[in-house]
Design a binder for this molecule. Structure first.
Ligand code: NAD
Ligand code: LMR
Length: 328
């Protein structure tokens, strides 16, 4: 029997990530090849004409799984009945801007969209925040939508996770699909800690295969931390196809589950695991089953890693304070 369609909201759908993401969703990349979808696309009035153009292209692409398209600048219409909300809307960082520069612009959007989601989305709607500062926008959304369970609000660090997998596979000259269990800890920013201490290729630890601590503790980390900025420098625009693909990976694994023995990185509400302060949206290693994520527990954290986990937590605490000062 055919499945009922799932309603997926994409905010900022007329933007560059939106343009890469909506065809992926309509093709089944996010929810699977047998899952019909209805796309809800939100943007702001100056982008209304462009948003309508995206809707026209979706019709023209004749995607068999796409059962309807709502393209609107009305946040209530956009949020009504959605099962999954991918929050991309906001202002991207431009060359020369620090992430903190985009804070003022974006946190107020997340405060107001929190209440629309809380009032109008389907019960148990899963929320993924992509727009930067992603962790802090997600935290603001959580705090201003108190009736949405905290387990349902997340932010995207899967792009960083995938970047780490990519760097290891390039270094070893192997398939990226053979590398697993890297971890991104903390903020989707240059303080994030890409950790390979538990990563493997087949049965072998990555640290055994790449016996070059200077690279693993140095250039590898900074390359992943700075990759967003490197893309902006090269494209004069921030990453889009890789961000859209990572958003699909994030939701797919959350809804359909992570493969046995594999974890992924998700920005989720900290419960104090690994002595990360509770009450931050922080990227942890998680496994997913039955539509729920669980933080992987008990991984040994050495002194080098501990400092890096704490540093990115400190930045998130500062961002939280700054976000509140922007809102006041
Ligand atoms: P973009 O400027 O191309 O698109 C953003 C869209 O959001 C625009 O169409 C804009 O009109 C719309 N928008 C602005 N305010 C809105 C609002 N209140 N409601 C709905 N829509 C609104 O930007 P982009 O390149 O698509 O990037 C989007 C966001 O994603 C940026 O904040 C960027 O920094 C972030 N990003 C995050 C990651 C990640 O891994 N977490 C990766 C890449 C980019
Ligand atoms: C990215 O990681 O590509 C984006 O978040 C861009 C940025 O602002 O760093």
């Amino acid at each position: 029997m055919a499945k009922d369609p799932v309603r997926v909201l994409v905010t900022g759908a007329a933007g560059q990530i939106g343009y890469a993401l909506v065809p992926m969703i309509a093709r089944g990349v996010m929810l699977g090849p047998d899952q019909p979808v209805i796309l809800h696309m939100l943007d702001i009035p100056p982008a209304a004409e462009s948003l309508n153009g995206v809707k026209m292209e979706l019709v023209d692409a004749a995607f068999p799984l796409l059962k309807g398209v709502v393209a609107t600048t009305d946040v209530v219409e956009a949020c009504t009945g959605v099962n999954i909300a991918v929050m991309v809307g906001g202002f991207p960082r431009k060359e020369g801007m620090e992430r903190k520069d985009v804070m003022t612009k974006n946190v107020s959007i997340y405060k107001s969209q929190a209440s629309a989601l809380e009032k109008h989305a389907a019960a148990n709607c899963k929320v993924l925040v992509v727009a930067n500062p992603a962790n802090t926008n997600a935290l603001i959304l959580k705090e201003f939508a108190p009736s949405i369970p905290e387990k349902n609000i997340s932010c995207l660090t899967r792009l960083d996770h995938n970047r780490a997998l990519g760097q290891i596979s390039e270094r070893l000259n192997i398939q990226v699909s053979d590398v697993k269990n890297v971890i991104i800890w903390g903020n989707h920013s240059s303080t994030q800690y890409p950790d390979v201490n538990h990563a493997t290729v087949g049965e072998k630890p990555v640290r055994e295969l790449i016996a070059d601590d200077a690279w693993l503790n140095g250039e590898f980390i900074t390359t992943v931390q700075q990759r967003g900025a490197a893309i902006i420098k090269a494209r004069k625009l921030s990453s889009a196809l890789s961000a859209a693909s990572a958003a699909c990976d994030h939701i797919r694994d959350w809804v359909l589950g992570t493969p046995q023995g594999t974890w992924v990185s998700m920005g989720v509400y900290s419960d104090g695991s690994y002595n990360v302060p509770a009450g931050l949206i922080y990227s942890f290693p998680v496994t997913c089953a039955n539509g729920e994520w669980t933080i992987v527990q008990g991984l040994p954290i050495d002194e080098f890693s501990r400092k890096k986990l704490d540093l990115t937590a400190e930045e998130l605490s500062e961002e939280k304070a700054l976000a509140y000062s922007c809102l006041n």
